[in-house]
Design a protein around this ligand. Structure first.
Ligand code: FMN
Length: 367
């Protein structure tokens, strides 16, 4: 299996499976000299960790990260940073019953068809357990970005048919509830919806939003390395994500040019002396950041492993009924919020380094 590496100059490689001994990551390209300890990474991992509320999987993982290389006396050395997390709560027996069956909506059947072998315990490499290492790598990316004044924040703006009221959106609320929800009045509705899903053995999808503030004008390579294209690839590469949009997203197709243009106003206080009257472009023009907030939304499908009966086939191709046991999130969109923030951080830090490399040559020639 190839393609386990993400990024061009700031690269994250992950390894490990849902029910293996450990999962890990190697980060290549982190600048030297940055203060870094495990606590910097643990903070973000704790936000993704399972078993924190009754609305996420009850798999008990401490997700305690160890830095095994690339840091000396509390500072990055510029060499590859190795990270490891032990898998603690592996209950492979939960999967014995479905050893010969394929879960509809999961990766079981395509892995089987492609490789002729599959790790039936929790989906093996296809399990979102892997996303813990994205969050770990993303935490390091975030620390680099923070030193540049860039902040990233994600939230959940809809779950199934229940949408937050955008007028009540308050980023300060996100850390106050188990759903990363920015509208306190929607929390009870989400609880009720998830309780209903649980009792019916069902699951539900979600819509997330991630923003980056403080990105300067100029990041992004405008043809095949467009910032928007790389963000879309990063977000779409998260398990269970089915659509990604930037700025106005699919609403752009409904609008007129006069409405969708972000009009430009001279403003000495704004980045590069220009303010935009709106942000339909989501902070990116021609694949390059324009200094506005970068706004990405992603749709996450309902958890495929559900307790309800579904039709499927077995490894002999015969019709079967499957009912997945084990501990699964009723809405994987909740724990996908820190993962989406991490992917935003990984793409942005990579583009920061790419911009610096290219801009450096420009400056040498023209200064
Ligand atoms: C944070 C997170 C946790 C997930 N947890 C589960 C889970 O407990 N059970 C499950 O069936 N799928 C879970 N998924 C979704 C599957 O990993 C995903 O649907 C599967 O790998 C197939 O990939 P695809 O949906 O992108 O096609 C989770 C996804 C994310 C982002």
């Amino acid at each position: 299996m190839s393609s386990n590496v993400f990024g061009t100059l700031f690269r994250l490689m992950t390894f490990g499976e849902s029910h293996g001994l450990e999962i890990g990551a190697v980060i290549d390209g982190c600048p030297a000299g940055m203060a870094l300890d495990a606590a910097d990474i643990q903070r973000d991992l704790d936000r993704r960790r399972p078993g924190q509320s009754r609305y996420t999987t009850q798999r008990r993982e401490e997700d305690r990260v160890r830095i095994v290389s690339g840091v000396f006396e509390g500072r990055t050395t510029g060499t590859p940073i190795g990270l490891m997390i032990e898998n603690q709560d592996q209950r492979a027996r939960d999967y014995n019953e479905i050893k010969q069956l394929f879960r509809p909506g999961h990766a079981d059947w395509t892995y089987w068809k492609k490789y002729g072998i599959r790790d039936y315990r929790g989906g093996g490499r296809a399990s979102a357990r892997e996303t813990a290492m994205r969050v770990a790598g993303g935490a390091i990316a975030r620390k680099v970005l923070r030193s540049l004044g860039v902040e990233i924040q994600g939230c959940l703006i809809a779950m199934g048919p229940v949408k937050i009221d955008p007028n009540r959106k308050n980023w300060g609320e996100v850390a106050q509830n188990p759903f990363f929800c920015p509208d306190s009045e929607s929390v009870a509705k989400f609880e009720e919806l998830l309780d209903r899903c649980r009792s019916q053995g069902d699951s539900v999808g979600a819509m997330l939003e991630v923003v980056a503030r403080g990105v300067p004008v100029g990041w992004g390579e405008p043809v095949y390395g467009r910032l928007d294209a790389d963000l879309a690839a990063g977000m779409m590469g998260i398990n269970a994500v089915k659509s990604v949009e930037i700025g106005a997203g699919s609403h752009a197709a409904e609008g007129f040019g006069s409405q969708m243009a972000d009009e430009m106003i001279p403003d000495a206080e704004a980045p590069e002396g220009v303010r935009f009257a709106s942000n339909h472009s989501g902070g990116i023009l021609g694949g390059i950041s324009n200094g506005n907030e970068i706004v990405v939304r992603l749709a996450v499908k309902p958890t495929p492993s559900i307790h309800s009966e579904l039709r499927t086939v077995n490894t002999m191709g015969l019709a079967q009924i499957i009912q997945t046991r084990g501990r699964h999130d009723p809405c994987v969109g909740i724990r996908a919020v820190p993962v989406a923030e991490a992917m935003m951080a990984l793409v942005l830090v990579d583009h920061y380094l790419r911009h610096r490399a290219r801009a450096g040559i420009f400056k040498v020639l023209h200064d």
